[in-house]
Each structure stands twice: as C-alpha cells, then as structure tokens.
Ligand binder design. Structure first.
Ligand code: SF4
Ligand code: SF4
Length: 427
C-alpha cells in the first residue's frame, strides 16, 4: 500500500510503522484470523481496517479520535501476523502507534484512574496481593460497579493462594547441563506461584541450575500494549540491568512476559541501550522451548489415560511462533491424548489487561473459547500463560454456574505444572 506518512516528523519508530503499512496489499486473508472481526463483524475492527485507520491518522487524513475506538478494540494477539501471506508485521505498527497516540489522546477521569490503578498495582507483587485481597472482599458487591471494575474483581479467584517465596538459587540434581535465570512474573507470583515452583523443580530435575535475580521486575507487557512508552522502557531497563549476563538462558514461563521481553529492542531502537536490549532479548526463551532443546529425563507413565485440551496462548503461538514445543513436551507423558480445540488460533479474550479495559468483547471471546474447550470432552485444560489460565478458569466457573453444574469444573494447568505433577506421580 502506498503511503505519505511523514516519517521524519513522527519519531524513531516511524520507519517500522511505514514498512508495515507498505507491505499490506489489502487481500483480507487476515480477517477470519482476527478475534474482534469474528465477534464485531465490521471492517474497521479487522486488521486490514485498522492498518488503513492508522495510516490515515499518521498521514493526517483523519483525526485520532475517529480511529481510536477501533484501535482500542485490538487485542494485539497477532493472529493477523500469522495469517498474513505478505509478512505484514502488524505488531510493529500497532505498538508504536499506541505510543504515538497516547501522547496525543485525551482520556476520561475514569479511564485515567483505572489505568493508574492497573499500572501501580499489577506490576508489584506485594501491592497486587493487597489489592487482590481487598478485591476479594469487595467481590460480592461488584455487580453495582462500572464494567471495568466489575471485570477486575471478577478475575480474582475464590481460592486465593497464600504468599510463597522462591529460592534465590536452586542447585541441580546430578550432572549440571545449564544455568538459567528465571523471570517470575508479577501477577503470576500472586495468583499462581505454583507455576514458578513447578518450573524450578522440573529444571533442577533435568540438570539445570536456576537463579532468580532479586532486582527483576514486571516485564512491562501491560504498559507496552497500552501505549505507555516511558513505563515500558523503564521496566525494560531495570530488567536488563537485573539479569546476570553469565547465564545460558533467561527463562519465561508466561507467554505474555516472554513476548514483551522479546520486544525490548523496539523500545531502544537507534538509541542508547540498543545493544544490551538485543543481547537480553536474544537470551529470553519460553520454558517449553528450552526443555525441548535440552531434552528431558523420562517421565513415569500415567496409571490412567488423560485427555488434554491444549490452548495456544496468542503470545506464544502468534508472537513467538511456539506451537509444536509445548505439545512435544507434553507428549513425554505416556498416557495423555492432546485434543485439538476448534478455532484454536483465536484469542481467549485475556490479552494482558484487555479483559479489564474491554470487558464486553473479552467476555464474548471467553465464552466462545469455553464452548470449544468443553466440546472437546477433555479432562484438563492446559496453557502456557497466566492470563489465559485466569480467563479460562473464570469462564469455566461462570459457564458451569449458568448451566446449573457449579461443581463440574475441569482443572486448568500451566504446561509446566502438568509435567511436574507427572514427574511426581500426582496426575
Ligand atoms: S493478510 Fe496481510 S496483506 Fe492481506 S490485508 Fe491482512 S495485513 Fe494486509
Ligand atoms: S492483533 Fe489480533 S485483534 Fe488486533 S487486528 Fe490483529 S488479529 Fe485482530
């Protein structure tokens, strides 16, 4: 697509945006892959429509306020990148565009407050834990609250786990194959620390020494995808400084965090810190990919067969191209069957803080995903991202309540938790 984007006036990421625009040939192959197009059925809520909207704003053909509602609907799931035959790097258009737009747009007091609340709590485990505990108490009165606050409280699980700390260093059992640093996430530490503990157990069992840098911080994914450039860059800088260079890999066990840490070079492009951001990002690897690379010790076969519905988190499958590795890893468990989920490429509606900022669309996508999961007849659901796990668990519980089967909830696990349980004979 030809464009007249004034690259020199827009800033350091204008080239990336212009390149993505110029590669789009309007073919529309991305439309069926787009979750919002699937539920809203209009061109402006499709990837092709959004590319034209962003181009028109950058060319000053239309005002930002005309385009912004449709751009806010985008989940940044990158399903369109996977589907695009022309190689349009949609992520390198929408993320810089959101940085650009954020500096120009006017937000309501309510929007500013909820964004402030998200920014000041979710990335900090202790604050997040306190707010979550207060939120759990307030949950019974949530029906009277505005949409996004109701959605926020709705995501808090009934079974809030207690605080569990992680060891700063975990030595290997037997011969040492590698030494890695683990990124532990922020919300994950509060709602599902078991994922980190399972990750450490599986790694050390397989000869991998694990260090947990104490100065690490939130990956910045929420800030990155909501257009907050300064916060994303600040968090990225702190992480780059916190992780020791003398490790074989930086392990991520949350698709959203792994994907955000792979995007650090975009934040430093052409400026100070670019080299460090590149070397940091090159070391980041999802736990499923890393364990496939090193090969794992045999797992005792299951006593009873187990049917698994494996959900592809968008930030693993689309953003990082990680599709085969989690399945390969799970297939080390003799006795499991991995069942395909219909429309498996479509987002579950979680997408960072999307289910708080766009609760109506997120709810539609969540329900749609649960219907497809239940149709598989699986015994358990497995995914590699804390956001998806929370969203799926919430919608499973809600749907079963609505159907009069409140106790019929199938368990939801992270991939690494299932491997860990199988190793320990607890499946
Ligand atoms: S599939 Fe790619 S080239 Fe075709 S309309 Fe979508 S983004 Fe543009
Ligand atoms: S990132 Fe996802 S929601 Fe946004 S346009 Fe692409 S497919 Fe649609």
């Amino acid at each position: 697509m030809k464009h007249k984007i004034p690259i020199e006036d827009i800033g350091p990421l204008a080239n990336e945006m212009a390149e993505a625009v110029s590669k789009c040939v309007h073919c529309g192959f991305c439309l069926p892959a787009c979750p919002t197009y699937n539920v809203l059925h209009q061109e402006m809520d499709s990837p092709r429509g959004r590319i034209i909207l962003m181009k028109s704003v950058l060319e000053d053909e239309i005002g930002l306020e005309e385009a912004i509602p449709y751009l806010d609907h985008c989940l940044v799931c990158l399903g369109c990148e996977t589907a695009c035959p022309s190689g349009v790097a949609y992520g390198k258009l929408i993320t810089p565009f959101r940085f650009y737009a954020e500096s120009l747009r006017k937000r309501s007091v309510d929007e500013r407050f909820s964004r402030w609340l998200t920014k000041e709590t979710l990335p900090y485990p202790d604050r997040c834990r306190t707010v979550t505990q207060v939120g759990k108490i307030a949950k019974p009165i949530s029906s009277g609250l505005p949409g996004r606050y109701k959605a926020m409280l709705g995501l808090i699980p009934e079974d809030l786990p207690g605080k569990q700390s992680l060891p700063a260093f975990s030595p290997v059992e037997g011969e040492r194959k590698a030494r890695v640093a683990l990124h532990t996430g922020c919300v994950q530490q509060v709602l599902a620390q078991e994922i980190n503990l399972a990750t450490i157990r599986v790694l050390v069992r397989n000869g991998v020494e694990v260090v947990i840098p104490s100065r690490q911080i939130c990956c910045g994914a929420l800030a990155l995808h909501t257009g907050d450039y300064e916060t994303s860059k600040d968090l990225a800088t702190q992480n780059i400084e916190a992780f020791p260079p003398e490790v074989d890999a930086i392990i991520s066990n949350a698709a959203g965090c792994g994907s955000a840490m792979h995007e650090y070079p975009l934040l430093f492009q052409g400026g100070e810190g670019e080299v460090s951001a590149n070397s940091f990002s090159e070391k980041v690897v999802d736990i499923s990919v890393f364990l496939n690379q090193i090969g794992i010790q045999p797992i005792p076969p299951l006593q009873n067969p187990l049917k698994i519905a494996y959900h592809d988190a968008c930030h693993l499958a689309h953003a990082q191209g990680v599709v085969a590795e989690p399945r390969n890893l799970l297939s080390n468990i003799t006795g499991i069957t991995i069942l395909p989920i219909q429309e498996g490429d479509l987002c579950c509606g979680s997408a960072g803080s999307y289910n708080i900022e766009q609760p109506v669309i997120a709810d539609q996508l969540g329900r749609r995903k649960i219907n497809h999961i239940l149709a598989t007849g699986a015994d358990v659901v497995v995914a590699g991202n804390i956001g998806c796990l929370i969203q799926i668990k919430k919608h499973l519980i809600d749907q079963n309540k609505e159907n009069g089967n409140p106790l019929n909830n199938i368990p939801v696990f992270h991939t690494i938790e299932l491997i860990d349980l199988a190793y320990r004979g607890k499946l």
